[in-house]
Design a protein around this ligand. Structure first.
Ligand code: AMP
Ligand code: ZN
Length: 471
């Protein structure tokens, strides 16, 4: 079966064929590190982490190179450093570290590399120099601008004409531009801002040149996959293509472009003025990172995703079900044999869903079917090897999406110490006996005692019960 991905460039789902299966390359625009990441920023990190896992599975771990950059030079960073009266690196080091920790809490693997813009200024100057030499860029009043009329395919990625772009509010008007759509490659720094020497005077790079230079240096052009949120298609990615292709004499830049849809908050745009910005740093204290990851992948990555309280609750319950059946398997068969490799065909529906442009809603449905098969085998209760195989299949599928990596017991009882765990287990056994004897008042009394201990009892099928600490 082949992996199919929707390519923004052709607006179609296409079979993914890397230029070199021994060296599959992917680049995703990463964070601007001046503040905590919000839950919308986490969507591309999680979506492309899943794709990274899928590619590693298909091509082998050592054959996939994934770069996610860190933008550590930017107006907002300068402002944050001025506001806090500290050096810029104090702000960027802190928030780059927090970003990495917060994403790790969502099960995001470290990319193969995390190039920092400030470590690649020389590469940016080099790329700009080639663009100037080839007549694709021109210096003007301390700036260097890309001449958009010099590149016939400008607008092809976003499907915009030059007129559309000029009409768009994001095109900055400036007297030194030859054409309204021309964009900045290099600009003078304002007082107090970081500054680097260049052949066009002291200054700093524009935003778009960062990515095309870091891609060329770290991965080499062209790359297989370039990703980011759909807001980046224009102008950021359109400009990256123009720079990258013109700097390499029109060669290809990225062969597949992928863009995730936007996340809204209770059906509204997330914005500081509406006061509805949810930070990952706070959310991971309120809910398990795995449940947040589940929520982020619960819609297809290209569809919009509305973030609500219920979404987190449903995601937690979905994982309760999956971890619940694993826990029951551990209890019923403490010494399960090694699972034989998933029998051919058992996971074909799962891989078909994943390979169909990362259809996570469909993949989730298959995970529940696999959990149902394991539950049915547990109910039969006679064949440990069959239980082990079904458990192995469920885990193989879930691991590919970055789920069920933890111990089921820790999922339910992570917050409890050993003494409390033993007490709760004793009370649950006593409650099960009371229920078996139809002594309902005693069963209710025990349940109240558990509630007083801040324990939530989750009754499962066939009289089984698991528990967890309430938040
Ligand atoms: P920024 O730090 O604003 O450059 O954004 C980092 C990444 O998050 C980019 O790929 C954006 O497209 C993406 N992003 C920002 N806001 C949202 C959102 N509300 N939903 C989904 N992706 C977003
Ligand atoms: Zn970028």
């Amino acid at each position: 079966m082949t992996l199919k991905l929707h390519n923004t460039l052709t607006r179609r789902k296409e079979a993914f064929k890397p230029a070199d299966p021994e060296r599959v390359t992917m680049y995703v625009c990463g964070p601007t590190v001046y503040n905590y990441a919000h839950i919308g920023n986490a969507r591309p990190a999680v979506v492309f982490d899943m794709l990274f896992r899928v590619l590693r599975h298909q091509y082998g771990e050592s054959h996939v190179l994934y770069a996610r950059n860190v933008t550590d030079v930017d107006d907002k960073i300068n402002q944050a450093a001025i506001d806090q009266g500290v050096d810029i690196s104090v702000v960027t080091d802190k928030f780059a570290r927090i970003y990495r920790e917060d994403m790790a809490a969502l099960g995001v693997l470290a990319p193969t590399m995390e190039p920092h813009a400030t470590a690649h200024i020389g590469d940016m100057i080099d790329q700009i120099g080639r663009l100037v030499d080839e007549g694709h860029a021109y210096p003007a009043e301390g700036h260097v601008l890309f001449d958009t009329t010099s590149f016939a395919d400008y607008g092809k990625l976003s499907g915009r004409t030059l007129d559309d772009m000029i009409a768009g509010a994001r095109v900055e008007v400036a007297p030194y531009k030859r054409n309204a759509a021309d964009f900045v490659l290099w600009k003078p720094s304002k007082p107090g801002e970081p500054v680097w020497d260049s052949p066009w005077g002291p200054g700093r790079p524009g935003w778009h040149i960062e990515c095309s230079a870091m891609i060329e240096t770290n991965l080499g052009l062209p790359i297989d996959i370039h990703g980011g949120g759909h807001d980046l298609i224009f102008p950021h990615h359109e400009n990256e293509v123009a720079q990258g292709r013109c700097a390499t004499h029109g060669g290809e830049y990225a062969r597949y472009w992928m863009h995730n849809g936007f996340l809204t908050m209770d059906a509204e745009k997330m914005s500081k003025s509406l006061g509805n910005v949810k930070l990952v740093h706070d959310l991971v204290k309120e809910a398990p990172g795995e449940a947040i990851r589940w929520a982020l992948l619960s819609a297809h990555y290209r569809a919009p995703l509305d973030w609500t309280g219920e979404l987190i609750e449903q995601s937690r319950k979905a994982l309760d079900k999956l971890y619940g059946v694993l826990q029951d398997a551990d209890r019923a068969f403490p010494d399960l044999p090694e699972s034989r490799h998933a029998r051919p065909g058992v996971l074909s529906d799962f891989y078909a869903a994943v390979q169909d442009d990362l259809n996570t809603p469909q993949a989730y449905a298959v995970l529940f079917n696999l959990a149902g098969d394991l539950r049915a085998e547990l109910m039969r209760g006679t064949d440990p090897q069959a239980v082990a195989d079904r458990r192995g299949s469920l885990l193989e599928a879930a691991h590919l999406l970055g789920f069920l990596g933890g111990d089921p017991k820790a999922w339910f009882q992570g917050g409890a110490d050993e003494g409390l765990s033993a007490k709760v287990e004793g009370l649950l056994t006593a409650r099960a006996s009371a229920r078996a004897a139809k002594d309902w008042p005693e069963a209710d009394r025990i349940r109240a005692e558990l509630t007083a201990l801040n324990v939530e009892v989750l009754d499962g099928p066939g009289g089984t019960a698991t528990w967890r600490m309430k938040d």
